[in-house]
Design a protein around this ligand. Structure first.
Ligand code: NCD
Length: 335
């Protein structure tokens, strides 16, 4: 069941508008990774790696996005994604406006679309949006002709910049080679936009994905996404090239789907013994926030296999690259 903290008005027809061919091919927007070509994904990863070199070298802030106003509309809680977009935009010289449901007219019943139209009328060009309804980013992109829309997580659908930062992290650990590699994604796959974006990107790049978790939290048609399902985590991890643990996303669950936490941790927690089932050096990933002791025990979250903070650092580089691309495309159309 999808829940909404802020109304989209009028409600998205059938909530099925995840994207359209026109929206997906419009380089101003980034609504998802599904359907993207290998060349497109690799170009984005190369651009992000280039941004990372600049950030690591401690290069000065730039003015590439001078004159660009980025609206950060996070209608759902976020720490790392919002601040990561904010830092990336400012480092490139953009102005950012942070906008939340609680401190705005959304509280007075104004729809997100009407609010976004205000920002468009005021001259904001880029909209970074997180919303609890799947399809929300595409819905807005279709209705805001003068804005570039970047999806920062829409319900249970996609989280494309998280997907890109995961791909960038894996590319580093896999020495640039996706073919023949296998990532295990464990946990609440059914409610995870992070898993959907990772699966979409990895399968296009030639890697395999094995999913594992409580039966109630694995979509019935998960194989249709191009991945394999394993019954036990030990079986899944044997010889794997990496693992991504996910949080139990209770806010998106219907009652009754959640197993007892102790049982969950013992069957699906990524323990040190389980890490040793993978190939030597295989990374342990987590998009955050980590529920310590449940999805990852502390000794693994803080251990040498964990690349959680690398993922966070890569997130800023990815968002720099994505904002650059959106702004260049926006200028090509509107200036
Ligand atoms: C995730 C999200 O919000 O989709 N977090 C993130 O953006 N890094 C995952 C989660 O909420 O569990």
């Amino acid at each position: 069941m999808m829940t909404s903290t802020a109304s989209l008005s009028p409600s998205p027809a059938g909530a099925g508008i995840f994207s359209t061919p026109t929206l997906a091919s419009d380089p101003r927007h980034l609504l998802g990774l599904e359907g993207r070509t290998r060349e497109d994904l690799l170009a984005l990863l190369d651009a992000a790696a280039h941004e990372r070199d600049h950030l690591r070298a401690g290069g000065p802030d730039r003015s590439d996005l001078a004159g660009c106003v980025v609206m950060l509309a996070f209608i759902e809680d976020s720490t790392r994604t919002r601040t990561s977009f904010d830092i990336a935009a400012r480092r490139l010289g953009a102005q950012t406006i942070a906008f939340s449901a609680s401190a705005s007219s959304l509280n007075k019943g104004e729809s997100l679309l009407d609010t976004a139209r205000l920002f468009e009328a005021m001259g904001a060009q880029l909209l970074v949006v997180r919303h609890s309804v799947s399809g929300a980013a595409a819905y807005l992109a279709q209705r805001l002709p003068r804005m570039a829309v970047i999806n920062a997580g829409d319900g249970m659908h996609e989280h494309p910049t998280q997907g890109l930062l995961d791909l960038l992290t894996l590319r580093d650990h896999w020495k640039g080679q996706f073919e023949g590699r296998r990532l295990v994604i464990v946990g609440d796959i059914a409610h995870s936009r992070v898993a959907r974006s990772a699966i979409a990107g990895l399968t296009v790049l030639g890697a395999q994905v094995t999913v594992c978790g409580p039966e109630t939290l694995i979509p019935a048609d998960v194989e249709a996404l191009g991945c394999w399902r394993a019954t036990t985590l030990d079986e899944a991890l044997e010889g794997a090239d990496g693992v991504m643990a996910l949080r139990l996303q209770r806010e998106r669950m219907e009652k009754g789907l959640l197993p007892a936490l102790g049982e969950y941790a013992s069957r699906f927690g990524v323990t040190p013994a389980r890490v040793r089932l993978m190939k030597p050096g295989a990374p342990v990933m987590h998009p955050g926030p980590v529920t310590r002791g449940v999805d990852l025990p502390c000794e693994v979250a803080d251990g040498e296999s964990s690349v959680v903070l690398e993922q966070v650092a890569n997130g800023v580089a990815v968002r720099c690259a994505v904002l650059q691309r959106a702004w260049s495309a926006w200028k090509a159309v509107h200036r």
